[in-house]
Design a binder for this molecule. Structure first.
Ligand code: 13P
Length: 248
């Protein structure tokens, strides 16, 4: 009932030539049955939207929560709309860690994205010390509750959440499928508590953190995992295509 998603987060990688090569390569190779998304650096978004086939969806990696203003170096959500992107990653752990993004700020960004019909991909997840202290669920509940405070969900299909344990990001040590499933299932329960069973069952929940060609199928077998948010393994077009083909 929930369409699977394979989303690449390119972070601060790739040149324009590489992006052109990527979109040419993936055309006619990615499956229709999976929502295939690439989240690129701002400066390439417009190019990517123009060059990509219809079924390759494009997203940004962040945005400011205000329409305009004296925020040197920031990108407005209206500017994102101008590029034609459909999605925006919000609250990635690298934004939380290196750019001091708080749940309060992320909450404002989610509201603004929905107001402008941008589909948020909200990232949540714990550091290793939190997991070792047995406080993963507590943290996930706190993040989800604060990030969705006062957020009205009209169409749950337009909301995506990515469970990304920080200890698994870029380390090559993915959470095993059972651990990832437990966290994604818990997130769905929290959504049910805040909204309703019907809404929680329509929201897509992804796993992210060292997703690769060797673990994507196992992850996708789990009922509460609806797809992957992939960093490193999404950079090469061949690997991205294979991930999308396996994410069915
Ligand atoms: P890796 O797939 O490189 O671990 O990155 C995950 C991530 O942060 C995606 O947003």
């Amino acid at each position: 009932m929930r369409k699977p998603i394979l989303a690449g987060n390119w972070k601060m990688n790739k040149t324009r030539d590489e992006i052109i090569h990527f979109s040419l390569f993936v055309t006619n190779r990615i499956p229709d049955s999976v929502e295939c998304i690439v989240c690129a650096p701002y400066i390439y978004l417009r190019d990517l939207v123009k060059r990509s086939p219809d079924h390759l969806h494009v997203g940004a990696q962040n945005m400011h929560e205000k329409d305009f203003g004296a925020y040197t170096g920031e990108i407005s959500p209206l500017m994102l709309k101008d590029t034609g992107v459909e999605y925006v990653i919000l609250g990635h752990s690298e934004r939380r860690e290196y750019f001091n993004e708080t749940d309060e700020k992320i909450n404002l960004k989610i509201k603004k994205a929905l107001e402008l019909d941008l589909k948020p991909i909200l990232c949540v997840g714990e550091k290793l010390d939190v997991r070792e202290a047995g406080k993963t669920n507590e943290l996930l509940e706190s993040q989800i509750t604060k990030d969705f405070e006062g957020v009205v969900i009209d169409d749950p299909k337009n909301i995506i959440i990515a469970y990304e344990p920080i200890w698994a990001i870029g380390t090559g040590k993915s959470a095993d499928a059972d651990t990832a499933e437990a966290a994604c299932g818990f997130i769905r329960k929290v959504l049910e508590k805040i909204y309703s069973k019907d809404i929680s069952e329509q929201i897509r929940i992804l796993y992210g953190g060292s997703v690769s060609l060797s673990n994507i199928e196992e992850l996708m077998k789990k009922p509460d995992i609806d797809g992957g948010l992939v960093g490193g393994a999404s950079l090469e077009p061949e690997s991205f295509v294979q991930l999308c083909q396996k994410a069915i």
